[in-house]
Design a protein around this ligand. Structure first.
Ligand code: SF4
Length: 201
């Protein structure tokens, strides 16, 4: 684990404004996503191939702390259950990696198709599903498709993809400010399960 729960508590206490800013960034993402999805007439209604089965890695300290803040709002029983599921998830994934398998497992926060920490879910969980573009400073224009359900709607090529650029920039700037304020340089590359498996209250 890159950081201890004690450090996460300290960041939450000393850098509460960073978490408020994170929520504002998330709100802007949600609003832009809704507008883009409306444009396509697309609504996620869940599916058998849930994107919560995808093993996303998250790379920012601020999102790690943001998820921790949500975790603390769960009841003790929920925290215990979610932590057990996260530990089981991490165990099977490390076994798969040892045997060079790539099986998909449901994120430990997904309960009956609902995300238990929907308000605090990370950026990638929020932006998945519809076509997007990203203006990368070195790589130029990067484009990405929608999820397979979106693609099955047979939308014409083009349309109005979600521009992720301002959201990535806002998150990167906030991450930089938090790193400067805390002096924490530890790199983060964690699944949601790995984050939760290490949260202690
Ligand atoms: S954090 Fe929530 S939205 Fe993201 S993969 Fe897990 S259950 Fe799904």
């Amino acid at each position: 684990m890159p950081l201890s729960s004690r450090q996460l508590h300290d960041i939450l206490k000393g850098q509460a404004d960073a978490i408020r800013q994170l929520q504002a960034i998330y709100a802007a993402m949600d609003a832009r996503y809704a507008t883009a999805a409306d444009h396509y007439g697309f609504e996620c209604r869940g599916c058998d191939d849930s994107c919560c089965l995808t093993r996303f890695y998250h790379h920012t300290l601020v999102e790690l702390v943001g998820l921790f803040s949500g975790y603390l709002t769960l009841s003790e029983d929920e925290r215990r259950l979610v932590t057990q599921n996260a530990q089981a998830y991490c165990h099977v994934v490390s076994e798969d990696e040892r045997h060079n398998r790539r099986t998909r497992y449901l994120c430990p926060l997904n309960r009956d198709t609902q995300c238990l920490l929907y308000r605090e879910r990370p950026m990638i969980c929020r932006l998945h599903g519809i076509p997007h573009i990203m203006r990368h400073p070195y790589k130029g224009l990067i484009t990405g498709p929608g999820c397979h359900i979106f693609e099955a709607t047979g939308q014409p090529v083009g349309g109005s993809p979600l521009d992720r650029t301002p959201h990535y920039i806002a998150l990167a700037n906030l991450e930089k400010a938090l790193r400067n304020a805390t002096g924490i340089g530890t790199s983060v590359r964690l699944t949601v399960a790995q984050m939760i498996a290490c949260f202690e209250t």
